[in-house]
Design a protein around this ligand. Structure first.
Ligand code: COA
Length: 199
């Protein structure tokens, strides 16, 4: 994640399993979602993106992939936004800019559902072979999520983030997931989808 868009605090310990909510509906991010997205950002990030930055991202069409997780209405249509995530495509690589879930819905595999969708979308993009991201060194929950999807740490960026433990700056771990177009990665995604009961 960009230094201006990073998780609010450390998440070192495995979380107690939360009651799973109804399976979220994943839809492309639209302007109409931004108010709710920014509400989530303000709860989880110390330096949330501005509305202008989001609008700019949404205008970039083919260079960006953003998805939103919504709670389902009884008729199956999407209702409120509970999370979102996305990546930008730069020089044939996908850089994940953010994955965030409303604090009330964390630990219910909404983040995993979003990552699954982002990886499936990435596999559909010609020539895109790898995804990368930065994550706070203290953000263990996010790191577990990324490792599940096949990311491995390849280095760190010193003092990348503000607002670390004790108000100090904090290092970013740089993680990469290579060969996202491979059969092996497809099999990994199928396994993750099956474990979540997703087609
Ligand atoms: C990080 C964040 C996006 C994760 O989303 P989430 O919906 O809470 O996460 P999920 O319920 O999908 O769980 C991710 C899980 O994958 C789990 N996982 C890893 N390997 C697994 C496996 N083989 N089988 C099942 N689960 C596995 C991890 O254990 C982690 O759960 P845990 O923390 O309970 O142990 C969310 O907590 C969040 O918004 N945090 C604040 C913002 C933030 O930090 N964003 C990331 C910035 S880099």
């Amino acid at each position: 994640m960009s230094a201006a868009h990073t998780a609010a605090g450390p998440a070192g310990r495995p979380r107690a399993p939360a009651e799973p909510g109804p399976a979220p509906i994943i839809v492309p991010m639209r302007r109409k979602h931004l108010r709710e997205i920014r509400r989530i950002d303000k709860l989880v990030y110390p330096r949330p993106w501005s509305m202008a930055l989001y609008l700019d991202e949404l205008q970039r069409g083919g260079e960006r992939v953003y998805r939103v997780a919504c709670t389902p209405r009884p008729d199956g249509r999407p209702a409120g936004v509970i999370g979102y995530g996305g990546f930008m495509i730069v020089a044939g690589e996908g850089h994940i800019t953010s994955v965030a879930v409303h604090p009330h819905c964390q630990g219910q595999r909404v983040g995993a559902r979003l990552m699954l969708e982002l990886h499936r979308e990435a596999r559909r993009i010609d020539g895109l072979e790898a995804l990368t991201l930065e994550v706070r060194s203290s953000n263990a929950a996010a790191q577990r999520l990324y490792r599940w999807f096949g990311y491995a740490p390849v280095g760190s960026r010193e003092n990348y983030y503000r607002g670390g433990p004790g108000g100090k700056r904090e290092d970013a771990l740089v993680m990469w997931c290579h060969d996202i177009g491979s059969d092996e990665h497809g099999t990994r995604l199928d396994g993750i989808a099956a474990s979540m009961g997703v087609q």
